[in-house]
Design a protein around this ligand. Structure first.
Ligand code: CP
Length: 321
């Protein structure tokens, strides 16, 4: 794997391979000594032009647990404020020795530009670009759903027969887009639930069902309900009902959680707006996988960095793990 830019073009075999390697990585994380020597001598640069908690520290933890060196670059406080371009910034980081660049950027397509422009030769991982994609978030979500459903028998399995309901601000959500492509590639059925103003205009081209009534969607007994953050910072006020109205109609609260049956899990990629799209009761309920998603993110990102940077040393993985 040269780069990981999206899930739209990720084939089923590669996606399953990432999830299966993440299973191996997850097993190593329960050991007393978590560190593996696999990427010793490699350098991973986290190149973040937008704020992040989970994704940045998770890539940092993943790289360090594989013994790579990590350089964290945040646009805030850097020479980007003096007008330095993405090209010059990336080339500067490569000159310092980057083997892989993990990019978060407000512009949709920025990681693709870095990967295909010829500016740098390092591998590129998309850590979230505009409203376009967030592929490692979708991979860790798929990993979490698979692990909850199949436990120790997860390896090699796809998500055929499972139903995932994604709720909220689909219009602005790169997490929703990446999940739609990945979950359906893996055989899951996806239902989107949102106010009509927060559904993308081209949604009829997506392999999903769209509903506007959350209670009806929850009554379908889905395997997972994935709540999305309301991205007020990307939003025109005309798109949005009042916060009170939104919570009443599309928020997940304790009453709605109590209507869930079977093993339905409650997911959220974070950061959460507690009290808006999800109540504290729902976020902290026994059905919630919010912190499991965070922990699984480290294993999934270890798998991605491994495939990007240790491909030529693949036969050593058995020994390393
Ligand atoms: N889920 C996610 O991308 O969170 P951060 O913005 O904190 O990285």
């Amino acid at each position: 794997m040269r780069h990981l830019l999206d899930t739209r073009t990720l084939d089923r075999a590669t996606a399953l391979r990432i999830l299966d390697i993440a299973e191996d990585m997850s097993d190593t994380q329960s050991r007393e000594v978590k560190k593996l020597p696999t990427l010793r001598g490699k350098t991973v640069v986290n190149l973040f032009f937008e704020d992040s908690t989970r994704t940045r520290i998770s890539f940092e933890a993943a790289a360090k647990r594989l013994s790579a060196d990590v350089i964290n670059f945040a646009a805030k406080g850097s020479s980007v404020s003096k007008g330095e371009s993405l090209k010059d910034t990336a080339q500067t980081l490569e000159a310092i020795g980057a083997d892989a660049v993990v990019v978060r950027h407000p512009a949709s397509g920025a990681p693709q530009t870095l990967a295909t422009s010829g500016w740098i030769s390092a591998g590129v991982v998309n850590a979230g670009d505009g409203t376009h994609e967030h592929p490692t978030q979708a991979l860790l979500d798929a990993f979490t759903i698979r692990k909850r459903r199949f436990g120790a028998d997860s390896r090699g399995r796809d998500l055929s027969g499972l139903h995932v309901v994604i709720v909220g601000d689909v219009l602005h959500s790169r997490v929703a887009r990446s999940n739609v492509w990945l979950l359906t590639t893996l055989g899951a059925r996806v239902t989107l639930v949102a106010p009509p103003t927060l559904v993308p205009q081209n949604v009829s081209l997506w392999p999903v069902t769209v509903r506007y009534d959350l209670d009806e969607a929850l009554a379908d007994d889905p395997d997972a309900v994935m709540m999305l953050r309301i991205q007020l910072e990307r939003m025109n006020a005309a798109y949005f009902p009042t916060e009170r109205e939104y919570s009443r109609r599309w928020g997940l609260d304790a009453l709605r959680v109590r209507t869930l049956t079977g093993d339905t899990i409650v997911m959220h990629p974070g950061p959460m707006n507690r009290g808006l799209e999800i109540s504290s009761d729902a976020a902290d309920s026994p059905r919630s996988t919010v912190l499991e998603q965070v922990a699984n993110g480290v294993s999934v990102r270890m798998a991605v960095l491994y495939l990007l940077l240790a491909g030529e040393r693949e036969d050593e993985r058995g020994g390393d793990l």
